[in-house]
Design a protein around this ligand. Sequence first.
Ligand code: ADP
Ligand code: MG
Length: 173
Amino acid sequence: MSSAISTPETEALIWKCFLPSPEATNALAERLAPILGAGDAVMLSGPIGAGKTHFARALIQARLKAVDIWEDVPSPTFTLVQTYQADELEIWHADLYRLGGPADVDELGLFEAFDMALTLVEWPERLGSERPAQRLELRFETGQEVGQRNLTALAFGSKWHRREAALSELFRG
Ligand SMILES: Nc1ncnc2c1ncn2[C@@H]1O[C@H](COP(=O)(O)OP(=O)(O)O)[C@@H](O)[C@H]1O
Ligand SMILES: [Mg+2]
């Protein structure tokens, strides 16, 4: 169902997995959540309606639930950034769709957040070459049937490569 391939070209670890239902996407997000911490940048790619916000919501709510907090997680489409506090961990959920380019991103304070918070970024393409070198990229695509999604996960940088075993287990289901 999933495989890890190391490509010399991009030096990314790559896994592919199938998400047969929205619940399967929630389950994956809930299992990824505890592996993440401050300074981790997760990029969520894919067309409108692919499931980026759905995934981010499940992940954020899992981290909040672990510290007995329930909060609504709206899409940051219009606010651009929503932040959450799970005890010491600050979580940033950004949607860069409406931004012009990296200069606007600087104003949001996102570059500082990459270092000190757990950041989840929808439409990371807007960052251009300013995407963090160390990042986990999750690319969502719609499947053949309603409710299905295909996910490609790419781990860039030593920080993520050190977590290869945990990530492999995760994306293998
Ligand atoms: N397997 C799946 N994984 C995630 N979302 C799914 C899946 N199947 C259907 N969906 C639905 O697709 C929609 C995705 O919307 P959203 O997460 O807002 O997309 P995006 O943020 O990528 O534009 C949601 O209504 C969600 O319930
Ligand atoms: Mg969205």
